[in-house]
Design a protein around this ligand. Structure first.
Ligand code: GDP
Ligand code: IMO
Ligand code: MG
Length: 432
C-alpha cells in the first residue's frame, strides 16, 4: 500500500507543481524538497492571495506540516531568509516547522557571479541564481555545506580558497575583472546562518527515524531539465526526474517502495530559456497559449516559449520516472481553440521516431508529427466531475492516457486551489 507521494514535473518545468503540491500536501505530515534551489518558482493561489515559493517546500503553507530542505538542494541563505521573513510577515510561521539538511550545499555570491559570466559566453538561459556553479563546486569537491558553517575557521579558509579560484576563472580564463569581497560574504553568510541555525539537522536520519510519518516529496524543475535525462546541455544542474530522489534525500532506493509517483504535465507545453523544443509555436496559437496561460516565469518574469503537447517527451518522462499517475494542468487554457494538436512522433531524416532522442543535433532537426483534435470550445474552468467535461475534452485526456500508458488521475482547470477534479483515486492518504 502506498504511503508517501512524489510530485514531479514531467515536462520542462512550470507544469503547475506548486498548485498540486499545495492541494495534496494537506494530506501529509512532511513536504520534502530534494533538488534544485531558488531557480524554482512554485505558485499557489488561494482566493486573493498568491504565494511563490522558491526554496521552501510548498507544503509549509499548511500549518500542520513540517517542511524539509534535503541534502540534494543548493541553498542560498540570503534568499532563504527573505522567503521565510515574507511568509512570517503574512502570518505563516516557518522556522518552527522547517528542517534543513546539514549536508545541503550553499549557493554563494560568487556562484551567482560565475552564473552570469558563463551565460555571457555560452547561453543556456539560466535563472542566474548561481545553481549551475554551486553544483559544479559540489561535484568538483570545492563546495561548502551547511555543516561547514559551524566551524568558522574552516569556513573562512574554504571561502578564501573559493575566492582565489573564482578570481582565477574570471581574470585568467575570461579576462574579466571580478569584485567579490570574500570577507564581506563570510560575515553575511554567518549572519544568515544565525537566522536558520536552529532548523539544521541530519535530514536523512530524521526521515529514517520517522518512517511512520507521511511524506510528500516535491520535485522542482521538470524531467526534461534533468541533468542526465533532459535536453543536455540545456538543462538544470540537478536530477529533476525521479532519479534525484534517493541521492537528494539521502535515502536508499528501497525507501520509496511505498511511494506513489505522480507526474504533472500541462495540457500543452512550455519551456523557459534556450534549448530544443520540437512542438514550439511561433504563430498566433503560441501567442494565445501564452496570453491565456499567463505564461511568464514565476522566478524571472521571462515570457515562456509555448507549444502543443509533446507526447513523445511525456511518454519518455512517464517511462524513466516510472510514473503511477499523471495530473494534467491548465486544461482550461485550451478551451477557446478550434483545433488542438498533439505530437505523437518526430519525423527525422524521413523516419518516424517515437523514442525521445539523446542527441542535440537530432533534436534540433526533428519535425513533430501531429494528431489533430477538434477543440471543445466550452468552459472547463472549475469543472468538478467528469460529467461536467465536454466529450471532446474527455477524448483528449483519454488519448494522453492511452499513449503514455499511465492513468490520468486528476485535472486542474484553473490556478485556484479549488479548481481541480479527480478522475481516479491514487492512495488512501489522499482524500478524493
Ligand atoms: P510550477 O513551477 O510547476 O509550480 O509552476 P509555476 O507556478 O511556475 O507556473 C504555473 C502557473 O500556472 C502558475 O501561475 C499557476 O498559478 C498557474 N496554474 C496552475 N494550474 C493551473 C490551471 O489548471 N489553469 C490555469 N489557468 N493556471 C494554472
Ligand atoms: P520550477 O521548479 C522552468 C530552466 C532555466 C534554464 C535551465 C537552467 O519552477 O518548475 P538554472 O538556473 O537551473 O541553471 O537554469 O533550467 N529552469 C526552469 N524552467 N521551471 C523551473 O523551475 C526552472 N528552473 C530552471 O530557465 O533554461
Ligand atoms: Mg515554476
Amino acid at each position: 500500500m502506498k504511503k508517501d507521494l512524489l510530485v514531479l514535473g514531467a515536462q520542462w518545468g512550470d507544469e503547475g507543481k506548486g498548485k498540486i503540491v499545495d492541494l495534496l500536501s494537506a494530506n501529509f505530515q512532511l513536504t520534502v524538497r530534494y533538488q534544485g534551489g531558488s531557480n524554482a518558482g512554485h505558485t499557489v493561489v488561494v482566493g486573493e492571495e498568491k504565494f511563490i515559493l522558491h526554496l521552501l517546500p510548498t507544503g509549509i503553507l499548511h500549518s500542520h506540516t513540517k517542511g524539509i530542505v534535503a541534502q540534494g538542494m543548493v541553498v542560498d541563505l540570503e534568499l532563504l531568509k527573505v522567503e521565510i521573513e515574507q511568509l512570517e510577515k503574512r502570518g505563516i510561521s516557518v522556522r518552527d516547522r522547517l528542517l534543513i539538511s546539514d549536508r545541503a550545499h550553499l549557493v554563494m555570491p560568487y556562484h551567482k557571479l560565475l552564473d552570469a559570466l558563463f551565460e555571457r559566453k555560452s547561453k543556456i538561459g539560466t535563472t542566474l541564481r548561481g545553481i549551475g556553479p554551486s553544483y559544479m563546486f559540489k561535484y568538483g569537491r570545492k563546495g561548502i555545506r551547511i555543516c561547514d558553517l559551524e566551524d568558522k575557521d574552516r569556513l573562512y579558509k574554504l571561502m578564501k580558497e573559493d575566492g582565489e579560484f573564482v578570481k582565477d576563472i574570471c581574470e585568467k580564463v575570461y579576462r574579466e575583472k571580478h569584485s567579490v569581497d570574500i570577507d564581506k560574504a563570510y560575515e553575511e553568510t554567518l549572519s544568515y546562518y544565525g537566522y536558520i541555525k536552529d532548523c539544521v539537522v541530519d535530514v536523512s536520519r530524521f526521515l529514517m527515524e520517522n518512517k511512520d510519518m507521511s511524506i510528500l516529496f516535491e520535485g522542482a524543475q521538470g524531467t526534461m531539465l534533468d541533468v542526465d535525462m533532459g535536453t543536455y546541455p540545456y538543462v538544470t544542474s540537478s536530477n529533476a526526474s525521479a532519479l534525484g530522489l534517493p541521492n537528494g534525500t539521502g535515502l536508499s532506493p528501497k525507501f520509496f517502495e511505498n511511494t506513489f509517483f505522480l507526474g504533472v504535465s500541462k495540457a500543452y507545453t512550455t519551456r523557459v530559456g534556450e534549448g530544443p523544443f520540437p512542438t514550439e509555436l511561433f504563430d498566433q496559437d503560441g501567442e494565445t497559449l501564452r496570453n491565456r496561460g499567463k505564461e511568464y516565469g514565476s522566478t524571472t518574469g521571462r515570457p515562456r516559449r509555448c507549444g502543443w503537447l509533446d507526447l513523445v517527451a511525456l511518454k519518455y518522462a512517464a517511462d524513466i520516472n516510472g510514473l503511477d499517475g499523471i495530473v494534467i494542468t491548465k486544461l482550461d487554457v485550451l478551451d477557446t481553440f478550434e483545433e488542438i494538436k498533439v505530437c505523437v512522433a518526430y519525423e527525422c531524416e524521413g523516419r518516424h521516431v517515437t523514442h525521445f532522442p539523446a542527441s542535440l543535433s537530432m533534436l534540433e532537426k526533428v519535425k513533430p508529427v501531429y494528431k489533430v483534435f477538434k477543440g471543445w470550445l466550452k468552459d472547463t474552468k472549475g469543472a468538478k466531475s467528469l460529467s461536467d467535461l465536454p466529450e471532446r475534452a474527455k477524448d483528449y485526456i483519454n488519448f494522453i492516457e492511452s499513449y503514455t500508458q499511465v492513468p490520468v488521475v486528476m485535472l486542474s482547470t484553473g490556478p485556484e486551489r479549488e479548481e481541480y477534479l479527480w478522475l481516479k483515486p491514487i492512495m488512501q492518504e489522499v482524500k478524493v
